[in-house]
Each structure stands twice: as structure tokens, then as C-alpha cells.
Write a new protein. Structure first.
Length: 199
């Protein structure tokens, strides 16, 4: 199967590539690295990405910026960063991909642990994650041509601990292997409209 992986060079993206790469034709996409470049927050950029890739069996997104900071310092624009990039960026991948995905294909998005297990300075990420869960549950009802949609919600990855571990006191890291398997479940399985939690 031909699969687009957006954010393929990040920690989660690498776990997905490691799991799906041996069995599928992977197109690595990123904002600054990869086979193709895309700005998910720009619908025109997303459409150009799909035009280069042609029809695909699955799209996986492991990308999306959010702001981290004390709640009292948030303003509308800092919230909008996550809503524009992590939420609408991934929504753009879905909407623009409806005509590009093969019948019975799938889209897998990425949220994260913070909307169910919050940390200090993570309100922006929690807000985006919750929005993605709601979007996927609702969009699944209306996906055409047997298309499926899910969102994977992983905890802090083991490989991410050196960079982000101090932000997540008391959180037990999850293995990259298990995270990769969650994406395989979404892409190669049959479920739709699900938040696939890895913790």
C-alpha cells in the first residue's frame, strides 16, 4: 500500500515508519524534511502535496505545533497556534484527502496524552488534543467510500524523554514499538472513529 506519513522525521513518525515501512511504500512528508514538503496549516500546500503523491491507500499525520506556557500568559494567538497547526492542519489533510484516498483507505491523526492527563503549561496541547478526538468521532460517521479515520493518542515516548521528560513528572514513558503498533492497527485494521490510546 502507498502511505503518506506527515511528520515522518519526528519521534512518532519514525516509530510509524519503522513499523509500516517493511510492508508498505512510504512517502515521507514534512515541513522542512522528507520526500515532499508541506505546510499542513495551508490548504493550498496540502492540495499540492496530494497532487505530487497521487492516489494513496492511507495517510498518517504525526505532526502539529502547539504552544506550551503558563495559562496566565496565554492569549488568543498562542491558543490559535495549536488550533491552526495541530487541529486544522490535520483536518486539512482529511478534507483535501477525501478525493485522493483509495476506496476503503484510511486517515490516522495524532493527538496525545495531555487532554486526559494534564501537565503544567500544557493547556494549549490539551485543547488541541481534545478537539481532534471530537473531530475524528464525528467525521467517521460521514466518511465516504468506506474510508476510515482514527486518532492515536500516545503518552510520552521513551525516545522523547531526554528532551521532554522533565515536563512530564510521574508519567511512565511508552515504548516506540507500541506506538508504532497503534498506527498499524489504525492503518491495517478495520476500526474507525476511535481514539487509540497508548499508555
Amino acid at each position: 500500500m502507498k502511505i503518506i506519513i506527515v511528520g515522518a522525521e519526528g519521534d512518532i513518525g519514525k516509530a510509524v515508519c519503522d513499523e509500516l515501512g517493511p510492508r508498505h511504500d512510504i512517502i515521507k512528508v514534512g515541513r522542512s524534511r522528507g520526500d515532499i514538503r508541506v505546510d499542513m496549516a495551508d490548504r493550498v500546500s496540502v492540495e499540492a502535496m496530494y497532487a505530487k503523491c497521487g492516489n494513496v491507500g492511507a495517510v498518517v499525520s504525526t505532526a502539529g505545533d502547539v504552544h506550551f506556557g503558563p495559562l496566565g500568559d496565554y492569549i488568543e494567538e498562542t491558543f490559535m497556534l495549536g488550533l491552526r497547526h495541530k487541529v486544522m492542519g490535520q483536518v486539512n489533510l482529511v478534507l483535501a484527502g477525501l478525493g485522493v484516498l483509495n476506496d476503503g483507505g484510511s486517515v490516522t491523526l495524532t493527538s496525545g496524552v495531555l487532554d486526559r492527563d494534564p501537565i503544567r503549561m500544557g493547556t494549549g496541547a490539551a485543547t488541541a488534543n481534545g478537539a481532534l478526538g471530537g473531530f475524528v468521532r464525528s467525521a467517521a460517521v460521514e466518511m465516504p467510500r468506506g474510508l476510515r479515520i482514527n486518532v492515536v493518542s500516545p503518552g510520552l515516548l521513551d525516545v522523547s524523554v531526554p528532551r521532554y521528560g522533565e515536563w512530564f513528572p510521574g508519567h511512565e514513558p511508552v515504548s516506540s514499538k507500541r506506538v508504532g503498533l497503534a498506527y498499524a492497527k489504525s492503518v491495517e485494521g478495520v476500526i474507525t472513529g476511535q481514539v487509540i490510546i497508548v499508555e
